[in-house]
Structures are given as C-alpha cells and as structure tokens.
Design a protein around this ligand. Structure first.
Ligand SMILES: [Zn+2]
Length: 465
C-alpha cells in the first residue's frame, strides 16, 4: 500500500522507479540496524530523488534523520515525503532539506567541539589519551591511565640506549624482527624513528603543538632523550621524491642543523619553498622563524654564487669578508717558518755531531722542532691541495653553467653545485654558502625580497659581513 502510493507519486512527478528499498519488520528507531536503509545510503549518489511514505519511516531518531538529510543534500538527491506532501526537487523541498542538513551539521560541530575540549583538558591535566605507546600498558588507575609494561619497557630502554650509542635504526629494526620475543609486530626504521620521537617516554604529553607535563611514569631520562633527539635530527634524510627534483640535499637549517623539506607556501605562497624539516614538528616554544626560501630564489642564488666563485675575486682572494685570508701571504709565512725550523734542526744536529751537545739534550731540543716542522708541512700540503681544487673548479666556464641550467637535469645540477659548496645553510633572511675548498671561507648572501621570477633574470648577490 505504502509502496504503491510512493510509486504513484514518483510517476506523477515524471520519475522512473529504478529500485525499491524496504525494511519489512525492522524498527525505524535506529538507522544502523536497518539493512535496506544502509544499502540506500551507500548508493545515494545514483538516484535523482528518494520517495518515502512518511518521515518517520525513514528514521524515528531525530539525529539519524538529520544525518540522512545531510547526506541527501551532499549528494544532490531530492527527497519527498509522500503522505506529508513535503520535499521534492522544488524550491520548498530544497529549503526543507537544506534546513535539516544545517541542523545536522550544527550538532556535528557541537559534538566535535565537545570531544576536542575534553581532550584538551585531558592533556592539560597530564592524562595520556589515544594510542597506547610501546612500553606501556593500560593502568587500572584512571588518573594515570598508563603504566610501564614489565616486558616491553626494558626493550624500549634498550632501544633508546643503543640508538644513543650510535647504532642505526635499520639495524635495530632488523634485530627486533629476528628476535624470538617478537611475534606480532613488524619493525621498520620509520616506525622506530617515530617511536624514539614520542615525548610520552620522557613523561610529557604533546598535544596540538603544546607540551604538557604528564602524570604517568617516564621510561627515559633526559640525557638519553636529548642525545637520541640530536642523532635523529642529524640523520633524518630528505624524502626520495623531493630529492629527485631539487637541490634540497645541499641545504641544512642554519639554526638546528636538520635537513630541509619542500613545502607549498612559505614566504611566497604561490611557489614551492625549502623549509627547515623540524620547523613544523618541534614544540612551539622551540620553533624558529624564517628559515624558509622559495625554491626559485634559492636556485637562482646558487648559480649566481657559483658564477661569483668562478670569478677571480672569489677564488683569488677568498671572499669579501673582513677577516679574509690571503692564501699567498699565508703560504709565504708558512714557507719562512719551515725554512727557519729546517735551519735550527740542522744546526742542532751539527752541534750533536761535533759532540758539543750531549745527545739526550739534543733530542729534547729537536723533538718539539720536528713536530712543528711536520705541522707546517701539513698546512702547506693543504694549501697546495686547495690550490689544485680551485684550479680544477676554475676550469668551469660560464657557458657550462648555462648549458647545465638548460639541460633541466637535476641530478647533474646537484653534482655540479656539490663540487662548489659542501653545504648551504638556511638562516632567517640569508644563505650561508660553505665552499668545498677549505681555504675559502663561508660567505653569507642576503635572500632578496620580492617575488621570484620564472624568467632567469640574474639575481643580485648582496653580501653580509
Ligand atoms: Zn631548523
């Protein structure tokens, strides 16, 4: 009877009935135990309109009803209650559906806010919530929430200790996987890395960018924790996808030393930027600002810096820093020192040969002189090596740079840049280029303001003292 009336109403509105959903014998009070209704909701997008006999046939629960109305509106499906003459694809029907959906959304928001507020309060009071970290078990004490697990806690402490002592994540993961005690878990270095960063272990709760003191018992002491965090930061690698298309492996954060990652946004929101990898993961009070540069600008600066490096002023005189070292003066000084030591040692030996000085006194005099001579020779060799390296780099012509840039081969570009700079530090407002040649001092270049240009206009290198 109800079904017939619905079909008639649909036909009257010019609709073709493609499918009928009936929940015979099921209560309308709850939506989740009515299979036909669930089937309908899952396929809502396939229908132009849904006809029901009465509103309460759909669901007797106001909340379910509002949620269904919300779904209907999201799918753009019209809704008609036949006996109540309500709904349809007309203006009134849309308005009713819209209002119902708005009410549903409102309640959903309230629910979310309540949950969030409860979790905030939990964190503030130091109570753990969420997933159970390895090393802990649920506690019967409801204020503390978690307590050390007698089997897992020693394993966890051992992991921290061994990583702090220099063992690698992959090695630790492999050992855990083959250990007889392990059965249910599959350990990876990524999983271990996440675990070793979990502040729960030092008795803290990290929640939405804030850190709170926790009530539960810590498993790791602060000394071990900070050694581990430092190692993790140093060893963190740039993800392979980012490495492929960028010069990011050249960069390091000038503040914390971690690698950079590629993000959308940053100072010029339309472009991709390099940004300190830790910038968004460290607690707010330790976060450093700046330390982000658009990729276009960064690359333009690198190629200008290479050009500068190839110019006589860069290579010939070190760089334009007030404390620059003149390598030729340095070499002359070292050579004079070497000659003086040579002479002194020869004189002493001669005196010894003539029995003018007893041998043990001669040895006492000559040993420090020999040590100084060795050191001087080492410095001179280093200068020679630097000179050779520079000669090699100087053989690069500007035409080669242009060719390299046009080739769009990131692998080759990276190798090329790596030949000049061992690392480029990203600071707030400037880049510090550290040349591969030890005799050339690092130099700081200001990051130019304004938007980067896709046209390869030469950027100005502004040196900072
Ligand atoms: Zn940083």
């Amino acid at each position: 009877m109800q079904r017939q009336r619905c079909e008639q109403a649909a036909a009257a509105a010019g609709a073709t009935v493609t499918e009928v959903f009936e929940d015979g014998g099921f209560s309308g009070s709850r939506a989740d135990n009515r299979p036909a209704l669930q089937r309908l909701l899952a396929r809502l997008g396939e229908f132009d309109s849904v006809y029901v006999w009465k509103l309460d046939r759909l669901s007797r629960s106001a909340r379910d009803y509002h949620n269904i109305a919300y779904l209907l509106q999201k799918c753009g499906t019209a809704f008609v209650s036949v006996s109540e003459g309500m709904g349809g694809s007309g203006a009134v029907g849309k308005m009713v559906l819209g209002q119902l959906a708005a009410v549903a959304e409102f309640f959903l928001d309230i629910l979310k806010e309540n949950v969030r507020a409860a979790l905030d309060e939990n964190a503030r009071q130091g109570r753990h919530h969420g997933q159970l970290p390895f090393g802990y078990r649920r506690s019967v004490d409801k204020t503390v929430r978690i307590e050390p697990d007698t089997q897992q806690a020693p394993i966890l402490r051992e992991l921290f200790r061994r990583y702090a002592n220099g063992e690698s994540l992959s090695k630790l993961a492999a050992q855990l996987n083959t250990s007889p005690a392990n059965s249910e878990r599959r350990w990876t270095s990524a999983l271990l890395g996440t675990m070793l960063r979990n502040r729960t272990y030092v008795g803290e709760i990290a929640w939405r960018g804030q850190v709170y003191e926790a009530l539960h018992q810590p498993l790791i002491d602060w000394d071990t924790w900070s050694v581990v965090q430092k190692r993790l930061m140093e060893n963190k690698s740039v993800p392979a996808s980012a490495r492929k298309r960028s010069l990011s492996p050249l960069f390091r954060c000038g503040v914390c030393g971690s690698c950079v990652r590629i993000v959308w946004g940053g100072p010029e929101s339309r472009y991709r930027s390099y940004e300190c990898h830790q910038r968004r993961t460290v607690p707010r009070e330790q976060r450093h600002i700046g330390n982000s540069i658009s990729i276009l600008k960064a690359h333009a600066l690198i190629w200008r810096a290479v050009e500068y490096f190839l110019g006589e002023e860069a290579i010939g005189q070190g760089c334009r820093k007030p404390n620059r070292r003149d390598r030729n003066a340095e070499r002359r000084k070292l050579e004079r020192e070497r000659d003086r030591l040579d002479e002194h040692i020869a004189y002493n030996l001669e005196a010894g040969a003539n029995n003018a000085v007893p041998l043990h006194i001669l040895k006492r005099q000559n040993d420090p002189l020999m040590a100084r001579l060795a050191e001087t020779n080492r410095l001179l060799a280093q200068l020679d090596q630097a000179e050779e390296q520079l000669t090699e780099l100087r053989a690069t012509s500007p035409a080669q740079i242009v060719e390299l840039l046009q080739s769009q081969d990131p692998e080759a570009q990276r190798r090329f840049a790596k030949a000049f700079f061992s690392v480029i530090e990203l600071h707030d407002g400037f880049l510090r280029f550290v040349p591969t040649v030890p005799e050339v001092l690092p130099f700081d270049v200001a990051i130019p303001s304004g938007h980067p240009s896709r046209r390869r206009e030469p950027v100005e290198l502004r040196f900072l003292t």
